[in-house]
Design a binder for this molecule. Structure first.
Ligand SMILES: *[C@@H]1O[C@H](CO)[C@@H](O)[C@H](O)[C@H]1NC(C)=O
Ligand SMILES: *[C@@H]1O[C@H](CO)[C@@H](O)[C@H](O)[C@H]1NC(C)=O
Ligand SMILES: *[C@@H]1O[C@H](CO)[C@@H](O)[C@H](O)[C@H]1NC(C)=O
Ligand SMILES: *[C@@H]1O[C@H](CO)[C@@H](O)[C@H](O)[C@H]1NC(C)=O
Ligand SMILES: *[C@@H]1O[C@H](CO)[C@@H](O)[C@H](O)[C@H]1NC(C)=O
Length: 373
């Protein structure tokens, strides 16, 4: 009973593979969009071109992968808390678990964070309580499930009627609707999917790579270059920067990336070598526009610095607000804020001792079996 969670933890490390990881209306309209009045309207000169392609969203990498004490986790707090604290883009990895879509880390044998349906229900509840907010969802379609299967879940939780459908499968970066338009029309959810999107069958599940390009992910180099990594050319697409630093672990000759938590407050910082602020401004200079999404691990490290970066890019005044403290445990290095307490729903993956015990062996066996299969 005790070893199972440890094995899950360790095997998720052993097996970790790179993860693949927003108006033009004239009459009545929203006056506050995603917390700021300045980002609603493209017609205001100072904030011109406030189309989707120009507003920067802070994204949570592996938003569902919440497990304090696990070095395999990517976030400390669940999606509701993420949204409450300013995350507006949610990256999730979907898998086929016996015919049901689950959010899993690499494989559902390793880490299963439950059904897409439960997760999206939380998002729907939050959106209902926050009518002036726009949320972007990015689905990594790990098992290449058909869009219709996602649509069934969207319909069951009521997110389909909140979802924006573009008029064509691919949109020029300058033509996306503004936040104001999305809010006024009630279409406050934009969903992108990395593979198998099909505009003809489900127009609101939008193909990612014909509309968005990304920088490299799972990098272990603090320089965080701005080259187009996925996929093709930049053109006039929106873009996403993967700004989370990994380190490489080696066990039994297997190497795998894990988040480098020791440098998180540097990685998430407003400025300085290796910082989110520096990469965003360098990419902004290189492409003459800022990233639409800045995707981070453990957004809460840095005490809100990631939101300050977004405010800077959006030319709005950053209003400091509290973010939840870093969750620390004996199994992980401590971050910038040591006062965190574990969440109740984290208990199953917490480890109180050195993970290098029987769980490692069990995890290795499990992983070996998975690799063979
Ligand atoms: C999400 O976390 C908050 C605390 O951060 C907790 O109060 C809430 O119950 C959690 N929601 C779910 C669905 O687990
Ligand atoms: C999902 O998995 C089930 C078995 O677990 C399988 O029958 C079904 O074909 C899979 N769906 C897809 C689209 O691969
Ligand atoms: C993407 O980035 C990775 C890691 O830096 C690199 O190994 C790979 O060659 C890059 N791919 C492309 C197409 O640029
Ligand atoms: C990161 O945290 C360490 C230790 O708490 C501190 O000394 C350092 O100044 C912080 N760095 C940044 C960029 O906030
Ligand atoms: C906003 O987007 C447009 C179209 O992509 C681009 O020309 C402009 O430079 C961008 N402005 C900023 C500040 O990023």
């Amino acid at each position: 009973m005790y070893f199972a969670p440890v094995a899950i933890l360790v095997s998720s490390l052993l097996c970790a593979v790179p993860l693949k990881v927003h108006a033009r209306s004239i009459s009545t309209r929203a006056t506050v969009c995603n917390g700021y009045s300045e980002v609603c309207d493209p017609l205001i000169i100072k904030y011109s071109l406030r189309s989707q392609g120009n507003v920067t969203f802070v994204g949570a990498h592996d938003s569902y992968a919440v497990s304090s004490g696990s070095v395999a986790a990517n976030q400390d707090y669940n999606v509701t808390t993420q949204l409450n604290e300013g995350i507006r883009m949610l990256q999730i990895q979907a898998h086929n678990s016996s015919g049901v879509i689950h959010l899993c880390h690499t494989s559902c044998v390793i880490l299963d964070a439950g059904t897409l349906s439960n997760y999206l229900s939380s998002v729907k509840t939050w959106l209902d309580g926050n009518p002036n907010e726009v949320v972007v969802i990015l689905i990594v379609n790990s098992d290449n499930l058909p869009p219709s299967q996602y649509a069934t879940v969207y319909q069951s939780v009521g997110l389909d009627s909140l979802s924006y459908s573009p008029t064509t499968a691919t949109i020029d970066g300058s033509q996306w609707p503004t936040l104001g338009t999305l809010i006024d029309s009630g279409k406050r959810v934009l969903t992108f999917m990395d593979s198998n999107a099909d505009f003809a069958s489900v127009p609101y599940i939008i193909d990612e790579f014909s509309n968005i390009w990304e920088t490299a992910y799972d990098v272990t180099d603090q320089t965080f270059n701005c080259a187009v990594n996925r996929t093709g050319t930049a053109g006039n697409k929106m873009y996403l920067i993967n700004h989370y630093l990994d380190k490489t672990e080696t066990l039994f000759g297997l190497t795998f990336p894990v988040p480098d938590k020791s440098l998180l407050n540097v990685t998430n910082a407003v400025s300085g070598y290796g910082s989110l602020g520096l990469q965003a401004s360098q990419c902004g200079a290189e492409y003459s526009k800022y990233p639409t999404v800045i995707l981070v691990d453990f957004y809460n490290y840095g005490g809100g610095s990631v939101f300050q970066v977004a405010a800077n890019l959006n030319s709005v005044t950053y209003v400091p607000h509290s973010v939840s403290p870093a969750v620390t445990s004996t199994a992980t290095s401590s971050g910038s804020n040591p006062t965190g307490s574990p969440q109740s729903n984290d208990a199953p993956l917490s480890v109180s001792g050195n993970p290098l015990n029987l769980g490692v062996l069990f995890g290795a066996v499990l992983c070996g079996a998975m690799l063979v299969l």
